[in-house]
Design a protein around this ligand. Structure first.
Ligand code: GDP
Length: 175
């Protein structure tokens, strides 16, 4: 259990973004090194834990996944409560998921901790032929909104570790 584990810090982080951008696959890749071709069948908040070594300390992160609730616009303030980091995810093959980021940022700033670390992630970078959002667009939004930015592929395991570790390290620095 959590309490038996050796860790120096424990904090909550959340994944947000439109339905099917890859939130649960980014989480399963990071937490268990798994990828799933089909969307998850279950509805409801789920989370996973992972330890990350930072210097000589071990940070344990509890990472929350919406598990489909965003489909019903049912994400509540309790989802964000206590979270120090957020990964805001869009799908590079669907422009609409990028356009909705403003809405997500608004919600994050309304419900989230004011010092929350936000990492912007453009997922599905393996699907080069279906790209609808250029990396440059992600980068410039991130610059505008003062966020970190990365493109990832949960499928090919590209940058997934880096994106999470970047978020966790930044939270660690402010915590
Ligand atoms: P969520 O609704 O945001 O949690 O999205 P899911 O993790 O359920 O992913 C939605 C769909 O996109 C699933 O069919 C996944 O297999 C697929 N998917 C997720 N990440 C990637 C990726 O990096 N590349 C590709 N090609 N497909 C992905």
């Amino acid at each position: 259990s959590l309490l038996d584990d050796e860790c120096d810090y424990l904090f909550k982080t959340v994944l947000i973004g439109d339905s099917a951008v890859g939130k649960s696959n980014l989480l399963s890749r990071f937490a268990r090194d798994e990828f799933h071709i089909d969307s998850k069948p279950t509805i409801g908040v789920e989370f996973a834990y992972r330890n990350v070594k930072i210097g000589d300390k071990i940070a344990k992160t509890q990472i929350w996944d919406t598990a489909g609730q965003e489909r019903f616009r049912a994400i509540t303030s309790s989802y964000y409560r206590g979270a120090l980091g957020a990964m805001l995810i869009y799908d590079i093959t669907r422009k609409g998921t990028f356009e909705n980021l403003k809405k997500w940022l608004h919600e994050l700033r309304e419900y989230g901790n004011r010092y929350m670390v936000i990492v912007l992630v453009g997922n599905k970078s393996d699907l080069v032929n279906s790209r609808e959002v250029e990396a440059e667009d992600g980068r410039s939004l991130a610059q505008q909104e003062d966020l970190c930015f990365m493109e990832t592929s949960a499928k090919e395991n590209l940058n997934v570790e880096d994106a999470f570790v970047q978020m966790i390290t930044k939270v660690f620095e402010i915590a």
